[in-house]
Design a protein around this ligand. Structure first.
Ligand SMILES: [Zn+2]
Length: 74
């Protein structure tokens, strides 16, 4: 898991902007996701420079859930 200290550092480093689309975190309904750039399963490290923040995953999960919901209604 990502420590609160790491989370804080990475969010400050990114100036609270999504590192993909640069939308500000304060406009997002959710806190941004923090994740490894290089997955640990592929040998990624736990160094601070291997982390990024973004809202993409949250959006993906949401649209996925919504798509499933729609399919269930059909
Ligand atoms: Zn984004």
């Amino acid at each position: 898991m990502v420590s609160e200290q790491t989370r804080k550092f990475v969010r400050q480093r990114a100036k609270y902007l999504c590192e993909y689309c640069h939308s500000p975190e304060y406009l997002s309904p959710d806190r941004f996701t923090i994740d490894h750039i290089m997955p640990q399963s592929l040998g990624g490290s736990d160094e601070l420079d291997n982390f990024r923040i973004f809202n993409l995953l949250v959006n993906m999960i949401k649209s996925h859930a919504e798509a499933q919901k729609r399919r269930g209604l059909l």
